[in-house]
Each structure stands twice: as structure tokens, then as C-alpha cells.
Design a binder for this molecule. Structure first.
Ligand code: ADP
Ligand code: ZN
Length: 611
């Protein structure tokens, strides 16, 4: 393709090759930056459309675009998708045989490739560098650039060496891309990759199609099952748990309930993990139950929900994990259950952590913010974006708090009762015990410690046990009560408890929702994502929807690629909506470029005309 497109415009390539009609956000400006031989640093959320930013200039500029990407699986899928779109592209990584490598190197030397994907460790080898010196290079794209950050969780030592690109090829424009939002990582990328002169492109980190929900935990598994069955039957989803044991148990249990679920955690062998990941990516509607070990580089666009059965340790993790839902821009859910026990456990984990004081304090602050997010009464999206320094002017209309406004209640007296009960019983007891004392329950233990004689015995009859648990949870979440490191969950007061006890501050609590009818899902989804609703589409003509999906699976299996590489759900939905009857009409569908038109139009038109 390289020769005949040089005079074409980015928009033409977007339409012809990728089948999309408009650029999103800053894509066009980023592409222009590279076309004029300048560097770019791109911060865009997952699903924002980073890939096109280097793919289009690679096609348009003379020479080959060299793309550094840390994960083999990701590379293979991107390359497969591009080939189907008619782009001349290859990858070099450790999965190839020597003969295959030689073939690709020859293509590279003949200038036949628009793009070459390379693993970072290979790029820095002498052999590769000397090859690169013999060819025209369109640009260097450094994907997942946050891997250069030593403090991040995805650190790749090989990334550090990538600074040599600039030293050896000063005239080649570079683009670094990441979905990691925080400023310190950004600065580290800029300095380590020597991108001081790069123009910075920062997109909003909002993911409007994701609906954020946090529900009080009462029976996590049952709640999960009902969430899947009522809202996501047959959809692909990720369920995160803290421990390997819980991952195994939950996956097993879901299977027993008739939901096809696979476990994934670091305790499984590499083969099993790979197999499960493959299945998740390639088959329709698999649920993966995983620890945080799962996710980096998962490029599956049609994950419809991410569920958390345990609380993530920070908002960064939460944002990253939930961000794996809905990359295709269609409605998706970030759903979490959270309860008193989570707070106790995480607080304990922190206080018994071996880390040095400075790191501990940092972790503490991150957890504080996470808890704050769980308890917030106002728009969750505003709270999330606010954490990343972004301001949202209006409520989002697509989070639980916006959809069902949370009531709050003035609970200064109750807070004082709870705190003084902690104090009167000697700061040695856990929540259940304290609630028994408050509610005046004469248990043998209470008698043994003679806590039926303290002044707080029986002063809390006005609230049920459940309500008191909610009070304690919220006091803990706000740091008004601390959890001891003794391992028994004993509670004690903190510096911040004093003003409350002295009546210097008023305390408002969130009123936990017990069970209300579900909000009008469809209306809000449409409003938010500006897309047609998936349910509307497939309930209008379920036979057609199934037939299109079946055709897609068939073609995907024939060609050995994931189904979404043939067409995304969004593209199938447009087919449902516009029902194209001719090649010309089919070409108008978003996601249908020239190459896919030629390859697949007939197959899909046949299905469309039959239904
Ligand atoms: P990221 O790498 O930022 O997570 P991708 O590059 O994978 O995101 O893009 C996410 C999805 O959005 C892909 O399915 C891609 O095809 C689609 N996409 C990107 N740009 C556009 C656009 N201008 N119009 C329509 N869809 C787009
Ligand atoms: Zn909201």
C-alpha cells in the first residue's frame, strides 16, 4: 500500500482502510503532528482510539512505522486485524521461527511493510538496529509507554533502553502512548524517553459508556449471579477477586450455576493461563474470574462488564480494571459490591504491611481515596475524574448515584454513640461485639467483661444491626475509627474522632439502599453513550442478531482470529439498524473499510437478505 497513498489524506485512509467516517477527539491533530515529523506524547483512556494515531501516519509516511509493544498476544491480534483491513504489516517476536524471521526481515529491507510490530527487547538488539539503519522509517510508536516507569506496576526494564531510538534515529518522529493518567508517570515517560520536545496530547479520561455502580455487599456471589443473569446473560465479562482461592471458588460456582466461567491467577500454570485467556478473547460470552494478575494488554473490545467482588487498593487500579469494559464504545458496566468486611480487611493489610513508612503512607492515602469513592453520595464519575484532576461540570446521569440519588441522614449523635462505645469498652473489640453492646444484647461475653455496666450499653436501640454496621463502615471509611493490627479487627479511636465526640462537627451518613426497582437502563444508556442501545437492537430482531453473530464466528474460526477482528459488535448493530441490502449500502456501515467490504460483504448481505 505504501506507494500509492502518499498523497492521500488521513481522512481518506480512515474511511477507506478502517471504514470510519470521523476522527475522534484529538486523533487528527496527533496524526498531523507525526506527518509533519514532530514527536507526540499521547494520554488517552483505554478504548479512546490510540492505535489509529500511529497506524494512519505509518501508512501515509514513506517507510515503515516501527511499533514497540510489550505483549505478544496483543501484537498478534493487532497485526491480524490490520491484515484483514488490507494493511501490509508484520510482527517480530520470540514466537516466530528463524525462517519466518528471515522472511519478514527481507520484506522490511524491500520496503514492503507499512508497519512492523516489535517486542522492546528485540528492538534494542544489534541485529535489529542495523536492519533499521538500512531502511526508511516512517515513525517509532511506543505503545504502553508507562512500562518505562519504575514505580508503576507494569515496569519493563527493556523499555528503559528505548531512549536509544532518539539517539540513533534523531530525524524519525516518535509517538509514545499510554492510558495511565497520573502526572508522575507522565513525567517519567517524558524524561526517560527523552520526549521533552514532544507535543503533549491529553484526552479526557472519562469513559462515558461505562456505568459505575457500587452496591452494598450482603451475599456477593448471589448478587453477582443476579447481576449477570438479569443484565448480562451471554455477555463476556471479567470478575475480579482478591485471592486465588476466591477466584477458583467463584469460577467453579458460576459454572455450577450455568455460566461459563474460567479462573485466571498467578498460581495457575502458564499454559492454563494462556489457554483461558485465549478462550476468553476468542469465544463469545466467556466470563473470566481473576486476580489483578489478569488484564494488562487485554485488547478485547466487547467486554460488557467488569465486576469487583473485592475492593481494589486504589482508584488507579479501579480505573484501570474497569477500563477494560466497553472499549468498543457500547454500553458497559463497572459493578462492585463492597462492605464492612472489605474495609476491615484492607485496613488490616495496610497496617501489617512490611513496606517502609513512606510507601505505607502513600498506600494509606490511596486506600482512603478508594473508600471515599465507595461512600460518595454525589456523582461517581465526577469523583473518579476529580481524582485524576479533571473537572466534570454536570452530573453524568450514568452512575448509580445519578440514576438513583442517594439519601443521606444526619447521624452526629449515632456517630458519637459508636465512638464512645469503642472508647468505653477499652478499644479492644470488633464491630459485632460493639453493636451488641450498643443494642443492649446481654451475651455471655458482654457479661464476662461486664460491659452491660458501661454507659453505652443499650443506648443504640433506635438502629437495627444492619444500620449500625453501615454506620461503623462509614466511620471507618472516613478514618474516624481505626482498625487495629492485632488481626482480630479491634477498633480504636483516631485523632479525627475527637472533634466528633466533642460535637464540633456534624456527621452525615449515606443511607444504604436496601432494594429498589431498577432504573430505566435503556433510556440512560442511550442518553449517555450517544449510541443505539444493544438491547434495543437485538431485541428488535433477535434472529437476525444471532444469525449475524453466527456468521461472524464462522468466519473468525475459518481464519483463526478472534470474532471481533472480523467485525465489532457495534458494526453488527449498525447492520441491524440500517439493514443494508446492496454492496453500496453495506459500504456505508461504520467499521466496513474497502478490504472488509471485499472479503465479507457478500457473506453478511446473504444473512441480512435472508432475515
Ligand atoms: P486504545 O488503544 O486507545 O485502547 P483502540 O485504538 O483499540 O483504543 O480503539 C478502540 C476502539 O475504537 C477500536 O475498536 C477502534 O477500531 C475504535 N475507533 C478508534 N478510532 C475510531 C474512530 N475515529 N471512529 C470509530 N471508531 C474508532
Ligand atoms: Zn453520575
Amino acid at each position: 500500500m505504501a506507494q500509492d497513498v502518499q498523497k492521500q489524506k488521513p481522512l481518506t485512509i480512515l474511511k477507506e482502510v478502517f471504514g470510519y467516517s470521523d476522527f475522534r477527539g484529538e486523533q487528527e491533530a496527533i496524526i498531523e503532528q507525526l506527518l509533519s515529523s514532530h514527536d507526540a506524547m499521547v494520554l488517552m483512556p483505554t478504548g479512546g482510539g490510540k492505535s489509529l494515531c500511529f497506524q494512519i501516519p505509518s501508512i501515509l509516511r514513506p517507510g515503515t512505522g516501527i511499533v514497540v509493544s510489550p505483549l505478544i498476544a496483543l501484537m498478534q491480534d493487532q497485526v491480524a486485524a490490520l491484515r484483514i483491513q488490507g494493511v501490509s504489516v508484520a510482527f517480530l517476536n520470540s514466537s516466530l521461527s528463524y525462517a519466518e524471521v528471515q522472511k519478514i526481515e527481507a520484506q522490511l529491507l524491500r520496503g514492503e511493510l507499512d508497519m512492523l510490530y516489535v517486542a522492546p527487547e528485540r528492538l534494542c538488539q544489534e541485529r535489529m538496529l542495523s536492519l533499521l539503519h538500512q531502511i526508511d522509517i516512517a515513525l517509532f510508536a511506543i505503545d504502553e509507554a508507562h512500562c518505562v516507569s519504575q514505580w508503576g506496576h507494569d515496569f519493563r526494564p527493556e523499555y528503559i533502553q528505548l531512549s536509544l531510538l532518539h539517539e540513533q534515529f534523531p530525524q524519525v518522529p516518535r509517538i509514545a502512548l499510554t492510558a495511565t493518567a497520573d502526572e508522575s508517570t507522565r513525567n517519567e515517560i517524558i524524561s526517560r524517553l527523552d520526549l521533552v520536545n514532544a507535543r503533549l496530547f491529553i484526552s479526557s479520561f472519562d469513559r462515558p459508556n461505562i456505568r459505575y455502580r457500587v452496591t452494598q455487599k450482603n451475599n456477593a456471589r448471589r448478587q453477582l449471579l443476579s447481576f449477570i443473569n438479569t443484565e448480562h446473560a451471554g455477555d463476556a465479562g471479567i470478575v475480579y477477586c482478591l485471592s486465588r482461592k476466591k477466584v477458583n471458588e467463584t469460577a467453579h460456582w458460576l459454572n455450577e450455576q450455568g455460566i461459563e466461567a474460567l479462573p485466571y491467577h498467578a498460581g495457575l500454570s502458564a499454559q492454563v493461563r494462556e489457554k483461558h485467556q485465549e478462550q476468553f478473547i476468542r469465544q463469545d460470552g466467556i466470563v473470566i474470574v481473576a486476580t489483578v494478575a489478569f488484564g494488562m494488554g487485554i485488547d478485547k473490545p466487547d467486554v460488557r462488564y467488569v465486576a469487583h467482588l473485592d475492593l481494589p487498593k486504589s482508584i488507579e487500579s479501579y480505573y484501570q480494571e474497569t477500563g477494560r469494559a466497553g472499549r468498543d464504545g457500547l454500553a458497559a458496566d463497572a459493578w462492585m459490591v463492597y462492605g464492612l468486611q472489605d474495609v476491615i480487611m484492607l485496613r488490616q493489610m495496610l497496617s501489617s504491611s512490611e513496606a517502609n513508612e513512606q510507601i505505607k503512607q502513600l498506600e494509606q492515602r490511596k486506600l482512603e481515596a478508594m473508600l471515599g469513592f465507595c461512600e460518595v453520595i454525589s456523582c461517581r464519575r465526577a469523583s473518579l475524574l476529580g481524582y485524576f484532576g479533571e473537572q466534570q461540570d454536570e452530573d453524568c446521569g450514568n452512575c448509580d448515584n445519578c440514576l438513583e440519588p442517594v439519601e443521606s441522614w444526619e447521624g452526629t449523635t449515632e456517630a458519637q454513640k459508636a465512638l464512645s462505645c469503642v472508647f468505653r469498652t477499652g478499644q479492644r473489640f470488633g464491630v459485632s461485639y460493639l453493636i451488641d453492646v450498643l443494642r443492649g444484647k446481654l451475651t455471655p461475653r458482654i457479661e464476662q467483661f461486664r460491659h452491660n455496666e458501661v454507659s453505652t450499653f443499650g443506648i443504640g436501640q433506635e438502629l437495627s444491626e444492619l444500620q449500625w454496621r453501615s454506620v461503623f463502615r462509614q466511620l471507618m471509611a472516613r478514618g474516624l475509627i481505626a482498625v487495629d493490627m492485632d488481626g482480630f479487627g479491634s477498633l480504636r479511636l483516631t485523632e479525627d474522632s475527637r472533634p466528633v465526640l466533642r460535637g464540633e462537627v456534624s456527621i452525615y451518613f449515606r443511607k444504604d439502599v436496601v432494594r429498589k426497582k431498577r432504573p430505566d437502563k435503556k433510556a440512560a444508556r442511550r442518553k449517555r453513550s450517544g449510541q443505539y442501545d444493544d438491547n434495543v437492537a437485538n431485541s428488535a430482531n433477535p434472529e437476525l442478531w444471532d444469525a449475524l453473530r453466527k456468521k461472524r464466528t464462522e468466519l473468525a474460526q475459518e481464519q483463526g482470529v478472534p470474532a471481533y477482528i472480523i467485525f465489532h459488535d457495534a458494526t453488527l448493530m449498525e447492520m441491524m439498524e440500517y439493514h443494508p441490502k446492496t454492496l453500496h449500502e453495506f459500504a456505508q456501515i461504520n467499521g466496513v473499510g474497502a478490504s472488509k467490504l471485499e472479503k465479507y460483504a457478500d457473506d453478511f448481505l446473504e444473512v441480512l437478505n435472508a432475515c
